[in-house]
Design a binder for this molecule. Sequence first.
Ligand SMILES: [Zn+2]
Length: 201
Amino acid sequence: MRIDELDLKLIYILMDNSRLSISELAERLGVSRPTVKSRLEKLEREEIIQGYTIKLNPKLLRAHNVVALIVKTNEPDKMREFEEIIEINRFTSRKYLIKIAVESMEELRKVIEGAGFEVIEIMPILETVERKSPPKVKVPFKCDYCGKEIVGEPIVYKYRNRVYFFCCPTCFREFKKTRENIEKFKLKEEKEGSTHEGHSH
Ligand SMILES: [Zn+2]
């Protein structure tokens, strides 16, 4: 999979909000709409982006009790028949770590018996913390302040519909300071300009 800096920036922005329009994406990245369009088409065609999804309120998912089990089974295909089984991780050809979401212990027993599991260990899951994992790809990615290559997680900053990426908190702070000064200067210029011309916009 070959992706470059622009692809990766696009991915970061979409991971935060996948409903942005082509125009909004182009604005945030400071590139043209056709560029965004062709990049998106490429990322979809090469199945780097495999879909756009929604984020559901965790309360809706917490309606069930989730239990993790280490099981042995001779018929792993049978697991597919049970929609209560929400996650399947294989250790060996017979041994699995699975998660089952059920309303009651009775329901859990039915799934275990129905799937023909030999239960090795059973653990209730008390809390699930959703973690947003950034793409695990190495792309030389430049800091928008110092121009150095970003190692690890970039700091993503939205400013006036543009998105900037920084290597460290210092660059981010300095960038903001510089921007604020430019803003102040512009405001001052506009004010002075309008008094000279004798009218304002
Ligand atoms: Zn930097």
